[in-house]
Design a binder for this molecule. Structure first.
Ligand SMILES: [Zn+2]
Length: 403
């Protein structure tokens, strides 16, 4: 049995108020107690810092972790996708580069305080490239296919993916039918059925751009041109008269569903998600800013009681993979939102979105000791002092192990 006691000036359990001069007791990597420290109690003393639950980055693409600057241009979105596809083609999947990118990205995430990642995995992704001691990863296999001839093959890949058992790294498996403009209604429906069978989570990019709404409604616009140029457009076309709500209805059958972005969700779509606790929206604040979208409805979602998690997205649209930097960005941009709310979005809400709330997301007895130590930059009310541009991630612990 390995017993650890950690103490610090502040502990933010997230499921209850901050504890001043607090102590966390850990046995074999699992939290057994969180309380105020007794005077002179023997413990590893981190000093004048705060200990928080490890951060949760609910949406990323580690394959782009070696990209130094986000892809250009940011607009129109379909040109940004063309730059992304050109990058993928230039980095040969047979070279070592994609594996290095996955590993470097996981390590960067860990160093910036992330202990749980929602990762979109493309061909060649393997747990082999992940660090053994965290972060925990929910790896969503990306599925793409609009032509009927591609669907059986995609479903076979998905089934093999979900049958994987992780042995080397803390990975669980989910599915990501990519987006409404790259996945046919049949592929979406069959992915959700498969996820149900394996009790797996499903993530989809949805309501990301106005062009996507046009594509769903009329089967027209820049996405059609993009798909034709990739020879991916189905000859018989796709059903029109649709909207994100139709996709949400299909998705709602999944055991856990992540609506990635949701930049242009309508009021009834927000209601639909809020009424279903197993559905979440993943808001990627700096990526949202990079593309110059209209204001994101995250506060409307929260007001309706929906679960809103945060993500960085990949380095193709964000300068780094730091979830902490997303919190600092939101704190600065939305000073009227309570910092305790932001902290919850970056921890417990992300764990809920990924189906891991029983195991992490708060500092609670019985959960894994996934923790992040932060130097406190400001002063005043503890939450106010915590999320500032001067605060620094000092250390990340996964299951009590120091990274
Ligand atoms: Zn994405």
């Amino acid at each position: 049995m390995i017993l650890q006691r950690l103490k610090s000036k502040w502990i933010f359990p997230v499921d209850r108020p901050p504890i001043e001069n607090g102590l966390i007791e850990i046995v074999d990597g699992v939290i057994t107690a969180v309380r105020a420290a007794e005077p002179h109690e023997v413990a590893i003393d981190f000093g004048d810092v705060a200990i928080l639950p490890g951060l949760v980055n609910a949406h990323t693409h580690l394959e782009f972790s070696l990209v130094e600057q986000p892809f250009q241009p940011a607009q129109p979105f379909t040109d940004w996708i063309r730059s992304l596809v050109a990058y993928r083609r230039q980095v040969a999947p047979t070279s070592a580069k994609p594996c290095v990118a996955l590993n470097i990205g996981a390590i960067e995430s860990l160093a910036s305080g992330t202990t749980l990642l929602g990762e979109i995995a493309t061909s060649g992704w393997d747990e082999l490239f992940m660090p053994t001691h965290g972060p925990q990863i929910v790896a969503f296999c990306e599925l793409i296919g609009l032509r009927p001839s591609t669907i059986d093959q995609q479903i076979q890949i998905a089934e093999e993916w979900l049958a994987r058992k992780s042995q080397l790294a803390p990975v669980t498996y989910g599915l990501s039918p990519h987006a409404p403009y790259s996945v046919s209604p049949e592929l979406l429906q069959r992915s959700v059925e498969l996820a149900k069978r394996f009790n797996a989570a499903v993530a989809i990019h949805l309501a990301e751009t106005r062009e996507e709404l046009e594509f769903l409604a009329d089967g027209r616009g820049p996405f059609v041109e993009l798909l034709k140029s990739f020879s991916a457009w189905p000859e018989q076309g796709l059903p029109t008269g649709r909207r994100p709500l139709d996709i949400l209805r299909a998705l709602a059958d999944a055991p856990r569903a992540l609506v990635v972005h949701g930049n242009y969700l309508a009021a009834d779509e927000i209601e639909f998600i809020a009424a279903r606790p197993h559905m979440s929206v993943v808001f990627c604040p700096r990526t949202h800013e990079f593309f110059g979208h209209e204001p994101h409805p995250w506060r409307q979602l929260l007001a309706k009681g929906a679960n809103v998690a945060l993500g960085t997205d990949g380095r193709g649209s964000n300068p780094d993979l730091s979830l902490w930097n997303e919190l600092v960005f939101l704190r600065k941009r939305f000073p009227d939102v309570a910092p305790s709310t932001l902290l919850k979005l970056g921890t417990l809400a992300g764990a809920r979105a990924l189906g891991c709330e029983h195991d992490c997301g708060t500092i609670t007895p019985g959960k894994r000791a996934d923790l992040v130590v932060v130097s406190v930059g400001g002063c005043g009310e503890p939450h106010e002092a915590l999320i500032t541009a001067d605060s620094q991630i000092v250390r990340t612990l996964c299951g009590g192990q120091m990274g």
